[in-house]
Design a protein around this ligand. Structure first.
Ligand SMILES: C[S@@+](CC[C@H](N)C(=O)[O-])C[C@H]1O[C@@H](n2cnc3c(N)ncnc32)[C@H](O)[C@@H]1O
Length: 354
C-alpha cells in the first residue's frame, strides 16, 4: 500500500460518500414521492414533521421526521434550524414536484430501482451471453422508462425537435401520416397527436403490455380516432406511405437496427423524413465519461444492451452509440442522407432521408 497517495485516496473516498448518499436516497425519494410528501411540503409551505405528516393525510410522524432529515441531508429539501421547519425551494420543486418540468427527475429514481430489481437476470446474461427480454427484468421497467423520458418529450418534441426537420411542421399541420416506432407506452405519439389535429398516427412497439397502456392513454386523451397502437416488431411493420417516422430512444434497443432501418426506408414515402431521437453521446468512449454518460452507460448495461442481445442479430448498440455509429446503421438500412437536426442536454435528434 506504500504507493497509495493519501490525498488522492481522501479525494476519491469523498466522491464515493456523495455517490453512496445518492444511491441510498433512491428508496426514500420514491417512498416520499408516492406518499405525496414533496408535493405537500412545497404546496403547503414550511412545515414541522408533525404538520407535514398531518398534511399528507395523517402519516406516522416519526417516519416523516426521519424522511425529512434524510431529504435535508440529501439537499433535496431545506431545513430552518431556528424555526425547526422544512421547506422546498422552487428549484427543488422543479425536480421533485412539477411533473411537466423539463427537469422532473423522480422517474429517474424509479428507473434506478427497476435496474436493481433486474440484477439477477442481467447477471445471468453476463455469464451466458444472452439477453433479457424487454420488460422482463423488472415488474414495471417499461412504465418507469415511459415516465423517465416523458418530461423531455413534453418540453421538446413539438417545441424544438419537429420544427428542426425540414418542412415537416407544415406537413403535419396539413395532415401527415406518422409512424412512431418503439413507442412504448405512447407518450410521444400522443403529444404529437394532440399538437397536430389533422394528422394521423400509428404507434408501433413489440411489447404488448406497453401497447395496451398506450391504447388506454389514447382513450383518456380523446384522440383514439386518429391514433392507433399496434404490437409488432419494427422489422415486420407492413403498412406503407408514411410522411414521417419517429423513433424516440428506441433504435439502439433493437436487436437488428440495420434491418429495422431497412424497413423504415420501405414504409417511408420517398419525400418523407425519419426523426431518430437518441441519447446524446460523443463518438469516442472518452467523450461520454461525464454525468449524463454515466447515467446512460449504467442504464445501458442493465437495460439497453440486454434488450438488444435478446433479439435477432443482437447488435447491442448501447445507449451511447454516438452519431457516427448511428449514421452507419441508418445508412446500412438504405438511407442516403443523415444529419443532426438538433440536440438537447440529454438527446440528439437525427434526420434521415431517402
Ligand atoms: C427505451 S424504450 C423507449 C420507449 C418510448 N419510445 C419512450 O421513449 O418512452 C425502447 C422501446 O423500444 C421497443 N423495442 C425494442 N426493440 C424493438 C423492436 N425490435 N421492435 C419494436 N419495438 C422495439 C421496446 O419495447 C421499448 O418500448
Amino acid at each position: 500500500m506504500s504507493d497509495v497517495n493519501m490525498d488522492k485516496l481522501h479525494e476519491f473516498v469523498g466522491k464515493m460518500l456523495g455517490d453512496l448518499g445518492a444511491a441510498n436516497s433512491v428508496a426514500t425519494v420514491r417512498v416520499g414521492a408516492r406518499l405525496g410528501l414533496f408535493e405537500a411540503l412545497y404546496e403547503g409551505g414550511p412545515a414541522t414533521p408533525a404538520e407535514l405528516a398531518q398534511r399528507a393525510g395523517g402519516l406516522a410522524e416519526r417516519y416523516v421526521r426521519e424522511w425529512l432529515m434524510a431529504q435535508a441531508a440529501n439537499g433535496y429539501v431545506m431545513y430552518d434550524a431556528k424555526a425547526k421547519t422544512f421547506s422546498m425551494t422552487p428549484e427543488q420543486a422543479m425536480v421533485f414536484v412539477v411533473k411537466d418540468s423539463p427537469v422532473y427527475l423522480v422517474s429517474a429514481f424509479d428507473l434506478a430501482a427497476a435496474t436493481i430489481e433486474g440484477e439477477a437476470k442481467v447477471e445471468a446474461a453476463f455469464r451466458n451471453g444472452g439477453g433479457v427480454r424487454w420488460g422482463d427484468s423488472a415488474g414495471c421497467l417499461f412504465c418507469a422508462v415511459g415516465d423517465f423520458f416523458r418530461p423531455g418529450y413534453v418540453n421538446n418534441i413539438v417545441q424544438n425537435w419537429l420544427p428542426a426537420l425540414d418542412g415537416i411542421g407544415e406537413r403535419l399541420d396539413a395532415g401527415a401520416k406518422v409512424a412512431d416506432i418503439g413507442c412504448g407506452v405512447g407518450f410521444s405519439t400522443l403529444l404529437m397527436a394532440e399538437a397536430f389535429p389533422n394528422a394521423t398516427f400509428v404507434g408501433y412497439d413489440f411489447h404488448e403490455p406497453s401497447i395496451e397502456k398506450a391504447r388506454k392513454h389514447a382513450k383518456a386523451h380523446g384522440v383514439a380516432d386518429r391514433v392507433r397502437f399496434e404490437a409488432v416488431t419494427a422489422k415486420d411493420i407492413s403498412e406503407t406511405g408514411f410522411d414521417l417516422i419517429t423513433t424516440f430512444d428506441a433504435l439502439h434497443d433493437m436487436g437488428d437496427p440495420e434491418g429495422c432501418a431497412g424497413n423504415m426506408k420501405r414504409i417511408l414515402k420517398p419525400d418523407g423524413a425519419w426523426m431518430i431521437v437518441e441519447p446524446i453521446a460523443g463518438d469516442a468512449p472518452e467523450d461520454n465519461l461525464n454525468p449524463v454518460g454515466r447515467i446512460y452507460y449504467n442504464a445501458s448495461t442493465m437495460i439497453c444492451v440486454p434488450t438488444s442481445l435478446d433479439q435477432e442479430v443482437g447488435l447491442g448498440l448501447g445507449a451511447q452509440a454516438g452519431q457516427a455509429k448511428l449514421t452507419e446503421v441508418i445508412k446500412a438500412g438504405g438511407f442516403g442522407h443523415v444529419k443532426r437536426a438538433t440536440e438537447g442536454p440529454f438527446n440528439m435528434v437525427l434526420e434521415a432521408r431517402h
